[in-house]
Design a protein around this ligand. Structure first.
Ligand code: KG4
Ligand code: ZN
Length: 331
């Protein structure tokens, strides 16, 4: 079994995954949404302190689940990319467990973990094109194997999820912004138009700061009420998703000719309007679309555990003294 730990942002999570058949034997996650909600975004200091309390709490719950710690063959932990003060909490717990259980350490890249959320409790499929939409990243990736993962496109400024979080903050809605904007947009009317980012630009790159600013400018002379908030959420979500669809279309037209699968991962991949639009796009381009189960789209240790099974099979262990938290993301 692999014991995996995720603490890169504001979710504390631990999982136990069976190596032979990838079965998730235990998974728990404690989110900190409430604690960060007042600030409209993650406060690193608070996140770090909460991980220090929540990770041991989950470990205690695991102890009560009749899991034989002697069967743990590897300790996996997210060590990049993420908030350094958050990552460090998981990494230190992994080192402590490594010393006490004598199981080898596996360092897992958080983004690679999101890719493996597509393959929970099943075999992986390669090659694969991936759209990764989270709070920290907006990427198009091509994955050819566990060790051959290439970034094709990224964002010039804010990420997709971050834009939802910032617009939600402007509207005095709660954090994280994605789910609340999606839900408010359902009641919104299509009567406001925000620009679609980089609409006349054929480059494969994303940008959300212009759209975010358009919302800010629109709000300047407005008195907010519930109906107006719903309409703004509708219009913002429509532009943000149109941007993703237009750029994904450019990607599918220009490359990926021999890649059959198109995976969509990251916390924001839970957005249903986005999913519907991407399903229709993939139909047009004859691609098979893959999503992670809804509860595993946002950060979780199960995807880290699934990813770590590949590292374990390849014997990509790391010495305790070399296990650091990296400011860069290395695939
Ligand atoms: O992957 P994730 O849990 O954490 C990071 O690695 O960043 O993604 C969290 C992000 C947040 O920005 C959140 O607002 C966004 O995903 N998100 C959504 C939705 N659900 C979560 N964005 C748009 N629509 C959603 N339904
Ligand atoms: Zn994430």
């Amino acid at each position: 079994m692999i014991l995996s730990i995720e603490s890169s942002c504001d979710d504390s999570s631990i999982a136990i995954t069976r190596i032979d058949d990838y079965k998730i034997l235990f998974h728990q996650k404690i989110s900190q949404d409430l604690e960060h909600s007042n600030y409209g975004g993650v406060v690193p200091e608070i996140a770090s302190r909460l991980h220090a309390v929540m990770l041991p709490k989950i470990l205690c719950n695991l102890r009560d689940k009749n899991i034989d710690f002697g069967d743990i063959a590897g300790i996996a932990v997210t060590n990049e990319p993420g908030l350094s003060v958050s990552l460090i909490e998981g990494v230190m717990m992994a080192k402590a467990l490594h010393l006490s259980l004598k199981a080898p350490l596996l360092n897992i890249n958080h983004l690679k973990g999101h890719i493996y959320s597509l393959f929970l409790e099943k075999e992986s499929i390669f090659p694969l094109a991936i759209l990764l939409l989270s709070g920290g990243h907006t990427l198009i990736i091509e994955a050819y194997s566990y060790n051959d993962i290439r970034i094709i496109a990224g964002t010039l400024d804010d990420s997709f999820g971050e834009a939802f979080d910032k617009v939600a903050k402007m509207l005095s809605l709660s954090y994280p912004g994605g789910p609340i904007i999606e839900s408010r947009a359902k009641n919104g009317k299509d009567n406001i138009t925000f620009p679609i980012p980089l609409i006349h630009n054929k480059d494969l790159a994303f940008s959300f700061s212009g759209l975010k600013n358009a919302v800010r400018l629109f709000l300047q002379d407005k008195k907010l009420n519930d109906n107006l908030i719903d309409d703004i959420c509708f219009a913002f979500q429509k532009s943000a998703i149109s941007h993703i669809i237009k750029k994904s279309k450019i990607y599918l037209e220009s490359s990926a000719k021999n890649i059959k699968y198109f995976g969509v991962v990251g916390g924001a991949s839970a957005n249903m309007v986005l999913r519907e639009n991407l399903i229709s796009l993939c139909n047009d381009y004859n691609k098979e679309i893959l999503f992670a189960p809804l509860e595993f789209c946002s950060d979780n240790a199960a995807m880290i555990g699934r990813c770590a099974i590949e590292a374990y099979k390849l014997k990509q262990f790391i010495d305790m003294n070399d296990l650091d938290i990296s400011p860069k993301s290395r695939f």
